[in-house]
Ligand binder design. Structure first.
Ligand code: ZN
Length: 367
């Protein structure tokens, strides 16, 4: 690969072919060098991650440093949160914040999503300083824990009541899932409900807990239909969304990048930057290493920052570097290693400080 001129180096994917290929990096990008593609140099907060161990946190923050991300909010079980806090060096510990969740690693224990979760909510608040709690209510939550994880189950309503009384005033939800999943894994609407069905209990809770800020993860579960999402935000002033679940957002926002800009413009402070990076001890490949083929570690983390920042800030139009299994799932004739098309939205520069940092700052109260 010939050396790029300094102008070329500022274009996304100009390092293509310079590094080994893996599932997070089908284009062979040098993600470290690619980080110079982006013009915005203000603070960035990642409101949605799953960083589970001290080693994973160290590697996540290497990629975060390359991409200008300062603080991260993570969802991991209480044991992992305690271990991170005990073992991480103070400079990194101060950049990592905890969203209270049940301990999914203990999902075979029947108390995990019920009585133990109720206790963990209080422990997270008191010990870890958590001020956000997460309600994961994807349709497949039924396969995990029966009705216990439905948003309006008695168990969930009791947890919500405890969280509110403990002092939480920010709740994050995962409601819905990609349209592609409703076409495939959730085709049995009798079991999982339709996509619109998912949002009915959420709307009731948004009204009932009107002084709570609710973060709808993954563009509120509907990056496919930003008109629908716009109307939802208009109905519920206490609802904000995050940009997390990179593959899903890249695939769908790339279909209507201009609509995405209009949406962010119409809802100042109500779209938070988040990645949904999963950083754990299975994903510790450092930047200098090529593998594994599945794309773990530095490439996995950096690819999410790269892809989202490319969608948000640039006019790139080309393949995403990240394998998107949904493409094959929807159409088995498509190569399982396919990546989605990525079209940048070229978000006006004056929208970026709020999207990347200001919105999270307003919701979390953290500077
Ligand atoms: Zn997540």
């Amino acid at each position: 690969m010939p050396p790029s001129s300094s102008t070329d180096a500022l274009r996304p994917a100009s390092t293509a072919g310079s590094r080994p290929v893996n599932d997070a990096n089908r284009l062979g990008l040098d993600f470290k060098r690619e980080s110079a593609c982006f013009g915005y140099d203000g603070p960035i907060t990642d409101i949605h991650t799953h960083i589970s161990s001290p080693a994973a946190a160290r590697l996540y923050f290497q990629a975060a440093d390359d991409y200008g991300v300062g603080h991260a909010w993570t969802m991991t079980g209480l044991d992992n949160a305690r271990r991170n806090t005990a073992e991480l060096e103070p400079a990194l510990r101060d950049r990592l914040h905890y969203i209270a969740v049940p301990d999914y690693a203990k999902r075979d224990d029947p108390d995990t999503f019920t009585t133990q979760w109720h206790k963990d909510l209080v422990s997270f608040y008191e010990e870890m300083g958590s001020r956000i709690m997460k309600l994961w209510a994807a349709p497949r939550a039924r396969d995990f824990a029966g009705d216990a994880l439905l948003l309006d189950s008695p168990n969930r309503l009791e947890g919500i009541r405890i969280a509110y009384e403990t002092g939480y005033r920010v709740f994050m939800t995962h409601v819905g899932d990609p349209d592609t999943w409703f076409q495939t894994a959730y085709a049995d609407a009798g079991r999982y409900g339709t996509k619109p069905d998912q949002f009915k209990p959420l709307e009731k809770l948004l009204d009932r807990y009107g002084d709570v800020t609710w973060i709808g993860a993954h563009m509120g579960g509907n990056p496919e239909d930003l008109d629908w999402l716009h109307a939802f935000l208009e109905r519920h002033p206490n609802y904000v969304v995050d940009t997390s679940a990179t593959k899903w957002q890249v695939r769908e926002l790339s279909r209507h990048p201009k609509r995405f800009v209009q949406f962010v413009e119409a809802h100042p402070g109500r779209v938070l930057f988040g990645t949904d990076i999963v950083a754990n001890d299975d994903n510790l490949t450092p930047p200098e290493a090529g593998g594994p083929e599945t794309g773990g570690g530095y490439d996995l983390y950096a690819s999410r920052f790269w892809a989202l920042r490319t969608v948000i800030e640039t006019d790139y139009a080309g393949p995403s570097p990240i394998v998107d299994p949904d493409l094959h799932q929807v159409d088995p004739s498509v190569d399982p290693k396919s990546t989605a098309g990525l079209r940048g939205a070229s978000m006006p520069a004056d929208l970026l400080p709020m999207l990347y940092h200001g919105a999270a700052s307003r919701v979390t109260g953290h500077a």
